[in-house]
Design a protein around this ligand. Sequence first.
Ligand code: NFS
Ligand code: SF4
Length: 627
Amino acid sequence: LTDITEMSIWEDAQRMLEKARKDGVETAWDRLAQQTPHCRFCELGTTCRNCVMGPCRISAKAEPGGKLSRGVCGADADVIVARNFGRFIAGGSAGHSDHGRDVIETLEAVVEGHAANYQIRDAAKLTRIAAELGIAVEGRAIIDVAADVVDACYSDFGSRRKAVNFVSRVPAKRKEVWDKLGITPRGVDREIAEMMHRTHMGCDNDAPNTMLHAARCALSDGWAGSMIATELCDILFGTPTPRKSTVNLGVIKKETVNILVHGHNPVVSEMILMAAREPEMIALAKKAGAEGITVAGLCCTGNELLMRQGIPMAGNHLMTELAIVTGAVEAVVVDYQCIMPSLVQISACYHTRFIDTAAKARFTGAIHMNFTPENAREEAHKILHMAIEAFAERDPGRVDIPVEPVDIMTGFSNEAILEALGGSLEPLLDAVKAGTVRGFAAVVGCNNPKIKQDSANVGIIKELIKNDIMVLVTGCVTTAAGKAGLLMPEGAEMAGPGLRNLCGALGIPPVLHMGSCVDNARILQLCALIANSLGVDISDLPVVASAPEWYSEKAAAIGLYAVASGVYTHLGLPPNILGSQVVTDIALNGLEDLVGASFVVEPDPVKAAELLNQRVTSKRKALGLNA
Ligand code: NFS
Ligand code: SF4
């Protein structure tokens, strides 16, 4: 992999890859080349390091019962692959859910009165959620209601419930499926801890059984950890409404102090933005010779601020290194998840301050600021000062901002969608029944340097909308869709006739941005709303999902909770499970019988879109609709 035009479809990426070479900066693509070929055993999932009788590896060529067919303890490839996959899912669920817990802690700090800079911005949503959770709201002070919501959310993490709260949102038929299989999620921490237990040597030595618990663990992420993160962030920072913004490296401005927020939890990035908008800070930036301050987003915390505050989006996962290579970034402020440790080294090649903010996610060589709900504002101010100071050190001779930004529309929360439809889903359901919109596809997830950046993300979306399938995006796919012009109403020109007309009538894009990766919970909820209003299961809907360029444990957890919730899900590359026929069969086929949906793996975006399209068609037919 040495040809830059094969690394990314984007001009901004390609230009920065060239500059990186010139500037002597190593990127993920360079390191991927060094790591290739990867360890074959690990790729197949047939290595085990769960105890020190090992590590063990199962040869792909081993005959059943033959040499190297079992680890020292006797575990075979199926057991080892299932255990590894189970832990992979537990890791992803833990990431989203611990993020959710941090948001609960912030709301708790507001309730207890020691987080002066945070507040309940959407009291109506708080009341609505409280009522959903069975908390009395009538005649009570909002802060008391919030206290009870905090308690209810914390209890979703524990061991004392039979089901997490938001299972109340799940269609009855789906609940029956889960109950029958014993996979109704009970508590986030419980399912994760149980997965660690099951995968200890000598516990769950039946691959299908481990896979079922993996599903339960993922469901606790989707219907609790992530859902709590989304709902409480809306309460704290406002429920997103449609707004305009811009995307690509062109949002980084030559004339301004540029701060990139990266990571996932808006509890940090909202404060940075708030500080950056203060007149005193802007005045300070001007005194330093800048025209102002730009706060731009990377990855999911960027999505959070884009959805709620309309900040511009600098890039997705594989743009994070390249954004710094512009030479015009004064500070990168990170919290946790998906932050390549290489950013510390790249920042050091320029004048960029790399600042970490979470005690649980520190980066050797970074400036550490210990952000808490209590001190957030002061810390944000200090960071702004650092960035403004850094501006003086910027070397204009090393600045290259390669492109002009592209316009996007964002802010499509379920609340916003319902409002745009006049308060009820009916108009949308009518469009689905008539076949104007044939179905929905959630295209989500990451970048992975193994795939030409955003080629599959954009390729699949374009094919889907051509077939009148409305696309919902979150996470790093958002940036890809935005750069391709798909997040603007004009993007509907690339859609099929039905979708094009509908978008024209409503003034919306054919691809709706619904938020960050935890906001996939919004899509789950939308599926449940649609299924409930039709009196069917989620698996009956013409709804599909795809993670074309996924890389992370979190993305795998999302994929699995989507499937376990009844959504057929495409992956652009397989997880490391192919060393077990049993596990692979369950993922690609067996789950269909168990939960009414399965995974499909297909690297080619056109072929993948066709598979998703066929699924939509078959679900439409089963509902008695025209194909
Ligand atoms: Ni999702 Fe967000 Fe991006 Fe992938 Fe990472 S930022 S939580 S995991 S890379 S979409
Ligand atoms: Fe080997 Fe079994 Fe130990 Fe894994 S648990 S390292 S397969 S002995």
